[in-house]
Design a protein around this ligand. Structure first.
Ligand code: ADP
Ligand code: MG
Length: 219
C-alpha cells in the first residue's frame, strides 16, 4: 500500500492534476466527504487527509510514504527523516513582514527598537530578523495573525501573502519579503528504499506534470 498525506483546500485542489498525471484518481472529494482516509482508483494507493502542518510528521514517521507540504511548513518542521525531491510549484505565495497602515516599520528598525512580531512561522521569522540584525520578540500564534497588530498584541506579523486582499481588508501593509513559498513533495526515506518500484513512477509523473505546467506558463 502507498499512502499519500495531503491537506484539504488549496493543496488538495492543486494536487489533483498531479495525481491524475500519475494515473491516480481520488474516489471522493475530502472537502465534502469528511473521510480522513480516501481511496483511489488504485487499490494500492490511498490518501490521508491531515492538517497542513501535520503532513511532514506523518511522512517522517512513515505513516504516509509521500506527502505534499508548503515550504513554510517544512521550514518549521525542520525536515528530519524527509527526502524532498521536488518543488511542485503549486500553492505559491510569499512569506512577508506586515504592519498596520501608517506604522513606520523602517523607522523603528533604524532606531534599533525591539519589535514584537506575531507569527505562526517562528523558525523562519527568527532566521529572517537575525540576518537583518533586527531585534524581535516573537509571539507564536496558530492563525489569524492579521488581528495581532490591530489590537496591540504585536508591532508586526510574519504571514503568507498571495493577493494581499486579507492584509488590505485589515488595514495592514506588507513591508518586507521573507521568502517565496510553494509546495514540495516529501518522501519517507525508508519507504523510498523499500517501496522504490512503486514510488519512483509516481515521483516521476509528478516531476513531468510540473515541467509541463512550468513550460505552459512560460509560453
Ligand atoms: P492552514 O489553514 O491549515 O494553515 P492553509 O490551507 O491556509 O492551511 O495553507 C496550507 C498551505 O498552503 C500553507 O502551508 C502554504 O504553503 C500554502 N498557502 C497558504 N496560504 C496561501 C495563499 N494565500 N496562497 C497560496 N498558497 C498558500
Ligand atoms: Mg489558512
Amino acid at each position: 500500500m502507498i499512502t499519500i498525506a495531503l491537506s484539504k483546500g488549496r493543496i488538495f485542489e492543486e494536487t489533483v492534476p498531479l495525481l491524475a498525471a500519475a494515473g491516480i484518481h481520488p474516489a471522493e472529494d475530502p472537502e465534502s466527504s469528511r473521510k480522513l482516509i480516501v481511496g483511489t482508483n488504485r487499490d494500492d494507493v490511498r490518501l490521508v487527509i491531515v492538517r497542513a502542518t501535520d503532513v511532514p510528521t506523518y511522512v517522517q514517521y512513515g505513516a504516509a510514504d509521500l506527502g505534499i507540504a508548503g515550504y513554510d511548513v517544512l521550514l518549521e518542521h525542520g525536515g528530519a527523516g524527509l527526502y524532498q525531491p521536488l518543488d511542485l510549484e503549486i500553492a505559491q505565495c510569499r512569506l512577508m513582514v506586515a504592519v498596520r497602515e501608517g506604522y513606520d516599520y523602517f523607522g523603528a528598525v533604524k532606531q534599533g527598537a525591539r519589535l514584537r512580531v506575531a507569527t505562526k512561522y517562528v523558525a523562519a521569522a527568527r532566521e529572517h530578523f537575525a540576518q537583518k540584525g533586527v531585534h524581535v520578540d516573537l509571539i507564536k500564534l496558530y492563525g489569524s495573525m492579521e488581528l495581532a497588530p490591530l489590537v496591540g498584541l504585536a508591532d508586526a506579523i510574519v504571514d503568507l501573502v498571495s493577493t494581499g486582499s486579507t492584509l488590505k481588508a485589515n488595514h495592514l501593509v506588507a513591508v518586507e519579503h521573507v521568502l517565496d513559498v510553494s509546495s514540495r513533495l516529501v518522501v519517507n526515506q525508508a519507504a523510498l528504499k523499500l517501496k522504490r518500484a512503486k514510488l519512483q513512477p509516481i515521483i516521476d509523473a509528478f516531476a513531468q506534470a510540473g515541467h509541463h505546467r512550468a513550460h505552459a506558463a512560460s509560453l
